[in-house]
Design a protein around this ligand. Structure first.
Ligand code: ADE
Ligand code: ZN
Length: 335
């Protein structure tokens, strides 16, 4: 395992499914609470971590939204993103596509531009200082009304150059992709690339994937492991060259297992599977730990691990010449 762990550590990696608010570690939460004069309902870091008990998507989301109340000012968002990007650089993440949830902030009075400017400034500094490239994906909260998503989309337009695409997250129950058809149509017209969460083992999971692919026409799917249950849909996804951003450790928190066997089957079918970390501060595992966990469950070879990262750069929202440069880094490393 030591050798495999070292191989994973040195492998040039891309992270494509990472909620920046889900990287808020307890230590930084306390720091930001103190900075903003806020009292937290926990005495210390250990007590806070001990309260991270969830076994479903809604039970996780409650703690996730509560946690981000310490984020108030532009420097808070800068520090949050910079802390993640430092961690990413340590793990040899060469490129990250980072989700942010503007409505989780605007809904409690934090202006959109405070959020986006803080994050953007961290991305610029991290590229210059750490050599990690990153782009932002703006997610709509699917348990809010579609009209609020549309208003958020319109609010984002002055910052279009800073946002590569849109996503959809939060509680999937009763909030199908179709609810956001008009928002996604407008987002496409505005030049955004399109992804959305189809979380693991949710009610109507397969139907939601079908809507995402066939009705909305997303460019890729976040999670999407239940795709396996519909062979016709698997074929359609492969025909379109779409990828899935899977998150093994996260799966183990919202369902009974990591879904390693399902991920294996999707890989064997030739679907472009990628391995990511989702909300690493809550699920205690960044991309390195997710790759290690999957490797251990499936006994993946170094060649297979390298292929997972090749998939990630292939489906990344980067121009061809940058994808090729990162793929060449993998080839040089793996040979
Ligand atoms: N928000 C943050 N992480 C999420 C996840 N895994 N699914 C849905 N919404 C989320
Ligand atoms: Zn997610």
């Amino acid at each position: 395992m030591g050798q495999v762990r070292d191989f994973i550590a040195g492998l040039p990696k891309a992270e494509l499914h990472l909620h920046i608010e889900g990287t808020l570690e307890p230590e930084l939460k306390f720091e930001l609470a103190a900075r903003n004069g806020l009292e937290l309902p926990y005495a210390n870091v250990e007590e806070m971590r001990a309260a991270y008990t969830f076994d479903s998507l809604p039970s996780f989301l409650r703690i996730y939204y509560e946690g981000m109340e310490v984020l108030r000012t532009e420097p808070d968002f800068y520090d949050l993103a910079m802390a993640y990007l430092r961690k990413a650089a340590e793990q040899n993440v060469r490129y990250a596509e980072i989700f942010f949830d503007p409505q989780a902030h605007t809904s409690r009075g934090v202006p959109f531009d405070v959020v986006v400017r803080g994050l953007r400034r961290a991305l610029m500094d991290a590229h210059a200082r750490l050599g990690v490239r990153a782009q932002l994906i703006m997610c709509f909260l699917r348990d809010f009304q579609a009209e609020y998503a549309m208003a958020t989309l319109l609010e984002s337009l002055p910052y279009k150059e800073w946002i590569v695409g849109v996503g959809l997250d939060s509680d999937e129950h009763g909030n199908p992709p179709r609810k956001f058809a008009a928002v996604y149509e407008r987002a496409r017209q505005e030049g955004y690339l399109l992804t959305m969460h189809c979380d693991v083992d949710q009610d109507d999971a397969v139907e939601h994937i079908r809507q995402a692919v066939e009705e909305i026409g997303v460019d890729r799917i976040d999670h999407g492991v239940n795709l396996l249950e519909d062979t016709g849909l698997v074929e359609e996804v492969m025909k379109r060259g779409m990828g899935l951003t899977c998150c093994p450790i996260s799966n183990g928190f919202v369902t009974p297992t990591m879904k390693a066997e399902a991920i294996r089957k999707l890989i064997d079918l030739g679907v472009r599977v990628t391995i990511n970390s989702d909300d690493p501060a809550y699920f205690s595992g960044y991309v390195q730990e997710n790759l290690e966990a999957l490797q251990e469950a499936l006994q993946l070879t170094p060649g297979e691990l390298a292929d997972l990262e090749r998939n990630a750069f292939e489906i990344a929202w980067l121009p061809r010449h940058l994808k090729d440069a990162y793929l060449a880094e993998i080839d040089a490393y793996a040979s």
